[in-house]
Ligand binder design. Sequence first.
Ligand code: SF4
Length: 746
Amino acid sequence: MNTPENAPLPTGALTLEAARRLAEREGCTVTPTWCGMCGPRSNCAIYAFAKEGRLLRVAGMAEAPQNRGGLCCKAHAAPQWVYSPDRLAAPLRRTGRRGEGKFAPISWEEALDRIARALKEQKEKFGPESLAILSPARRDYSEYLYRFLVAHGSPNYAHSGICAMQMTFAFHYTVGARPVPDCRNADVILVWGKQPVYSGPPLGGASALADARARNARIYAIKPSLEADGAYATDWVPVRPGTDAALALAMLHVVCGEERIDRDFVQTWCYGYERLAEHVRRFTPEWAERVCGVPAAQIAEMARTYAATPRAAIDFGNGLEHAPSAGDALRAIAMLMAVTGHLDRPGCNLLGKPRFDRPSPRSVHIKGRYTRDWVNNIVGPEFPRAFQPFLEGTSACYYRIFQNVLEEKPVIHAIIAPGTQPSVSTRDPRGVLRALEKVDFYAVFDTHRTADMAWADIVLPALTPYEIDHPFLERGPLLMARRRAADPVGQGRSMQQIFLDLGVAMGYGEEFWHGDMEACMNWQLEPPGLTMRDLRAQPLGLRAPACERQYERYAETFTAQSSRLDGGPWLEQGKVALYNTLFEAAGFSPLPEWREPAESLTGTPDLAQSRPFILSDYHTTRCFSAGWQRNVPDLRRLMPFPMLHIHPESAAALGIEDGDEVELRSPHGVVRARAELWPGIRKDTVMMAHGWWQGCAEMNLPDLPLLDGGANVNLLYSPDDKAISDPLISAMGSQTLVSIRKIREN
Ligand code: SF4
């Protein structure tokens, strides 16, 4: 949706007519469908070409409004992913010790029966809350996981604590919605903690920045390390990892102290301005410079430029969600938008996404069943119980599910990992593996071999999105069926079908359409008056007209009802919560504060003597999302080894050259990586990619150890929940201090 309709089509994009001509010429089939290579979820529409039921390649769908034929490099590697030697082809039962990796194939009937027996027994013995499902980021099947948990009676949906929900919570409870940057109309853009080139590139983030640059917009890139996005930035603001709250508070200090505010907006629509202004007096740019490493003059200049420019937007990203003061940073950023009058005006941050004139299909979630008892049974809540359920439903913190298993009297006795790999996805991999040894029942449902599958009692094989004909997807104006483009590998089933079948095996068949996926989708499509048959008859899906955008919808947004059980508003006073009375009543700070990361140059200076570099990690790189797809040769060729971005001068001081193998040592573990000399990174900071463990059989690259000696960056962070987590939104810090030494020359 972000891509302008009159822009030239990307190279390689095809129309339906061209795709059909090509397929005819090459003697293959072509299927309009959705890409399935995205870690989070499908966003881009494709034409999939196959011969004799085997996927050959894909091309971007030129007619699709959101990607207009654009695809990232992951999309083109789909056939290698589908036919990887790592694919799971049959249900498996563990036959060896946990962690040993010995399995025997079993039938679907036996596998579902074993899972259902274990869950029923535990429900009876320990209560339904004894089951936790680990969230695999946001996927096209996430609502099915929630439905299963609710039908079972458990509130323990375990969110990662580092992705999307943290910022969504902070913004809703400060300005009533998650504001969307209107970069296409902005003259100043602060790209903060975000990598717009590699994350969701076809969705238009990068093209919006390129357009802005062509208009001579000023673009600040606020992050410790610049990558391809450096090409769009006019200014680099090299903030230390995990210190964004200090930077944002200092910007508020400048804006409030110099009265660079929109007085009318503040008087009419903000609550608690005087207390905020008083509070931020102590967060001077000079103080912030010591903490976050950004020169005081640059902080003040950026704050003044943002405040003085009528069309100025903040494009915030996932990098802001990984620190013990993440919630404070996000709230302070929301306050900056508000007090400077940059909310819901053209070129600023808009309250809410564009709307389309079509009733939305039903969700399969059954949120209406939540009660106070339900909320009380959450283990290690992601957000305080007073604020549960949040938008998606009740949520536990992923990391705390494992901590609970390790406690003397655990609540959690069964864990299902559907498309997620806890030993590389969350903090304290040692603790995760100990918990997987100890938990009574562990099941893995996935398309491919996973990092911790060897600990599972039962493994179920899932199909990739290219092998299934569901679910339909709604993205922006487009509602389009997913179509099967290739024959299924082995005996796999879709993740949606697995949860329907498990529901039936548990005796919840009434709530799971008795396992009939078509009936489930037809029920979902009732509000727009459609059936799957209707939708499949439209090769390019159905497009809804856009509703006209209204600006300055303050009264409507600031009084909107929350998702809490009490149904009260997000904003108690019907105004922007500069001073948050809801948080205060629940025992949290009403104003944004500053907390040091667990290990940092300014917070633990003694440790910095022996471990002089700040380490943090990227969740998305140019070819990988999180822990996915290291087994795909075409992607792996682009990034064959775990890399460490290090500034050339810092490397030279350690005698390290490009490509040398290095060892990183934190107080918590030791990992190895290849040095990649990177001029666009702070000299006191190094960055790795998250999620490394998987080998690539086609390239003779072996799996890496999950613990010491591998490249699992989570091993290096503190496992102390209190020290690493934001007390309100459970954001987990991804900062520590490391020493680095060369262990092998390139
Ligand atoms: S961003 Fe890339 S992997 Fe994700 S849906 Fe689009 S093309 Fe596919």
